[in-house]
Ligand binder design. Sequence first.
Ligand SMILES: [Zn+2]
Length: 73
Amino acid sequence: MPAYEFRCRQCGTEYEIRATISEYSKGLKTVCPSCGSEDGEQLISLAAIFRGGAGGSGGFGGGCWGPSCCGGN
Ligand SMILES: [Zn+2]
């Protein structure tokens, strides 16, 4: 049974709701375990996959790529 992550809009608590796909498709009733609010937003776990595609500051550490780039000889 998959778990869906939510974050309470009232107090910021993150929590998981376990539900079957069919339950999820019908709409989950989310209840914050901390404050009891039903106003939760779902955290999109797929975001973690896309995080690696943006940003980055190179990774080659200033390597020399040719005979002229470092002054040569
Ligand atoms: Zn809450």
